[in-house]
Design a protein around this ligand. Structure first.
Ligand SMILES: NC(=O)c1ccc[n+]([C@@H]2O[C@H](COP(=O)([O-])OP(=O)(O)OC[C@H]3O[C@@H](n4cnc5c(N)ncnc54)[C@H](OP(=O)(O)O)[C@@H]3O)[C@@H](O)[C@H]2O)c1
Length: 317
């Protein structure tokens, strides 16, 4: 059976049907120009990969149970970047509906320890891999039918630049997923504002990553979250810590920059809902923003009002 037809078959028979929440959580931003090759709908493939698929990994899946942690959702997901901020919420939401989650990790054994308890016994499977070793990537994907790429970094290191982390790795994962032949869904997490013309090198790399992913795996779903907030976020926590330590917060441009923070668990829910739909989110790009738009100044005032240290002052330039 062709890979796309197989994906369709599995989606039709083994994954949960669309829920109202699945659609309302996602706001379609754009649909890439893809040429449908087939009739679409439930009987035909909506989009076909140009790459000739292999048969590896296309085993028969069975969905069992009531949908809770001890059921079988039929999803076996390899979540690259699961050890990060969004990863912990996504793994938890996948595991609580009875999915098996493969967690590739490259660091120490502690980096994934918090994820183990999120699923039933044996449902969270950490696997050591090397992002520069194709065979180790293939090994962590071998048994999956879903690949989710959360790998990304907003700064460069001596070993890894923006281009490699945000573009080349995504491209490589999409390429291997297509070759695999049994990957039904590929979710690429990019960033709001990703654009080839952005002044930010990271956002340009993210845009190139999206383009390469869609080229390799046209059925991929692209998620572009805005700044994510939550218990472990890297924006409000840092500002609050700075204000606490130094009793002031520096703000550039009078704090007029607008941001639309989104709760990290809502982003995870959007990804899970896209996996549960009937395939409508395949090949589409979604921009995920929170309910309110704030200026940086407004957010800083909120933090200032919450601070124990009431002498905190704002310095604006
Ligand atoms: N946080 C936000 O506000 C925000 C906003 C918009 C978009 N995003 C995007 O959403 C995705 C998830 O964000 P996040 O906040 O969860 O990121 P995060 O906490 O920084 O986690 C990033 C993940 O990527 C992995 N990673 C980073 N560099 C890597 C490399 N060179 N090789 C292999 N793995 C690497 C990390 O693995 P290690 O643990 O091994 O380092 C970690 O698992 C990212 O693509 C990010 O760009 C985030």
């Amino acid at each position: 059976m062709q890979a796309a037809a197989w994906r369709r078959h599995l989606l039709d028979h083994h994954l949960s049907p669309t829920t109202a929440a699945a659609i309302s959580a996602l706001r379609s931003a754009s649909q890439p120009a893809l040429v449908p090759q087939g009739l679409g709908g439930v009987d035909g493939a909506r989009y076909m990969s140009a790459r000739a698929p292999a048969v590896k990994g296309s085993g028969h899946l069975v969905r069992k149970g009531t949908g809770g942690r001890s059921s079988v959702s039929g999803i076996i997901a390899t979540v690259f970047g699961a050890t990060g901020f969004l990863g912990r919420y996504l793994v938890q939401q996948l595991a609580k509906m009875g999915s098996q989650v493969l967690v590739p990790f490259r660091g120490c054994e502690d980096s994934h320890r918090h994820l183990k308890l999120m699923g039933d016994l044996g449902q969270i499977v950490p696997m050591k891999y090397n992002p520069r070793d194709v065979n180790s990537i293939k090994a962590v994907m071998a048994r999956s039918n879903v690949v989710i790429n959360l790998i990304g970094r907003e700064y460069e290191t001596r070993n890894y630049g923006f281009e490699e982390v945000n573009h080349r790795m995504a491209e490589q994962l999409a390429m291997i997923s297509t070759e695999h032949g049994g990957i039904m869904r590929f979710i690429q997490v990019s960033s709001l504002g990703a654009s080839a013309t952005s002044p930010s090198r990271m956002l340009r790399a993210k845009a190139a990553g999206e383009e390469s992913v869609l080229k390799e795996f046209p059925e991929a779903t692209i998620m572009r979250p805005a700044t994510m907030i939550g218990t472990e976020d890297r924006i409000l926590n840092r500002w609050a810590q700075f204000a606490k330590n130094w009793s002031f917060l520096p703000v550039v441009n009078d704090g007029s920059t607008k941001i639309q923070p989104v709760y990290v668990a809502d982003v995870a829910a959007a990804i899970v809902n896209s996996l549960k739909d009937d395939g409508t989110s395949m090949g589409k790009t979604y921009e995920l923003g929170g309910p309110e738009i704030y200026t940086v100044h407004e957010l800083v005032i909120i933090i200032q009002n919450l601070q124990i240290n009431e002498s905190c002052k704002l310095y604006m330039r």
